[in-house]
Design a protein around this ligand. Structure first.
Ligand code: F6P
Length: 321
């Protein structure tokens, strides 16, 4: 391949810039022209490209967000949008595309690959909800951010003998909630993968610890549970007598400078993706299994499933009491 493109799509994640940098530098070092696509698949449809060189990606390894901007493209999901994107790639001589994003972005990459534009996906999402991967770019930074924010809430909860009910991101997955909950010593952790009963999993657990003289509490709720945390806070306050405050951490969780792990993994994955394209291998997802970087067919990757570590879930509840 002589010319490739790189785009970021879906929700941004810290470490995406490190991946872009690795893609661009690997391509340049191997004599491949590389275009940065602006605003995900929308940019691919409209030819919104910038030619990138070694210096276009200077000073970004430490930055959160994505210098290429991101979007969830409605137009690309249509047959007409897809055809336009293919036409644009052909006009610009783009022979392969690196797509950094989540499952939705990979479905686009699979469809483009099937229509003759080889794509390689790199998993970038804070949710860690990509089935073929143990880990996704941005997850580690996000976990550390949540930990820091919840630690701050703990300070004030403790000072006032309060309960903090905290909603963390995770559209369909509880990986962030479970691991942050363990790291922050949450009394209860509610995640979408495990059915729960507020009375049993929150109220009774709090009452049990109240009897051991515990006075302040942290309850972590994954966004994907669909629980209204203001209502939950009211219920807790009524039933336990503990003054309770709800906090939605929201998009603060998605920003910030990436951790070492996210920078290193993003760099390895970006390099790996370009090497695949250099060997004319497309329709792949780069994945991390244990500490290795490997790749899968996109179609297979999208059909995989992964489940929450129930042992970890049980440990969390056994210890945080
Ligand atoms: O997929 C990542 C994520 O941050 C989810 O945790 C969250 O539900 C969603 O994106 C929020 O999307 P938006 O930024 O479009 O509101």
């Amino acid at each position: 391949m002589k010319t490739i493109a790189v785009l970021t799509s879906g929700g941004d994640a810290p470490g995406m810039n490190a991946a872009i940098r690795a893609v661009v530098r690997t391509a340049c070092e191997n004599g491949i022209k590389v275009y940065g696509v602006i605003r995900g698949y929308n940019g691919l449809i409209n030819g919104d490209f910038i030619e990138m060189d070694l210096r276009s990606v200077s000073d970004i390894i430490n930055r959160g967000g994505t210098i290429l901007y991101s979007a969830r493209s409605v137009e690309f999901a249509t047959e007409e949008g897809m055809r336009k994107a293919i036409r644009t790639c052909q006009e610009w001589g783009i022979e392969g595309v690196v797509v950094i994003g989540g499952d939705g972005s990979f479905r686009g990459a699979r469809d483009l690959s099937e229509r003759g534009i080889p794509c390689v996906g790199i998993p970038g999402t804070i949710d860690n909800d990509i089935a073929c991967c143990d880990y996704t770019i941005g997850y580690d930074t996000c976990l550390n951010t949540i930990m820091e924010l919840v630690d701050r809430l703990r300070d004030t909860s403790e000072s006032h003998d309060r309960c903090s009910v905290i909603e963390v991101m995770g559209r369909r997955a509880g990986y962030l909630a479970l691991n942050a909950g363990i790291a922050c010593g949450a009394t209860s952790i509610l995640i979408p993968e495990v059915s729960f009963d507020i009375e049993k999993h929150v109220i009774e657990r709090m009452q049990k610890t109240q009897r051991t003289d515990k006075k302040h509490f942290i309850i972590i709720v994954a966004e994907g549970c669909g629980v209204n945390i203001e209502d939950l806070a009211d219920e807790i306050e009524k039933k336990t007598g503990v003054e309770t405050r709800p906090t939605i951490l929201g998009h603060t969780q998605r920003g910030g400078y990436p951790t070492v792990k996210d920078r290193v993994m993003a760099t390895r994955m970006g390099n790996y993706a370009v090497k695949l394209l250099m060997n004319n291998i497309g329709n792949r997802v780069v994945a991390s299994k244990k500490e290795d970087v490997i790749d899968y067919d996109i179609f297979d990757a999208l059909n995989m499933s992964k489940s929450i570590d129930m042992e970890l879930y049980d440990i969390a509840h056994e210890v945080s009491i």
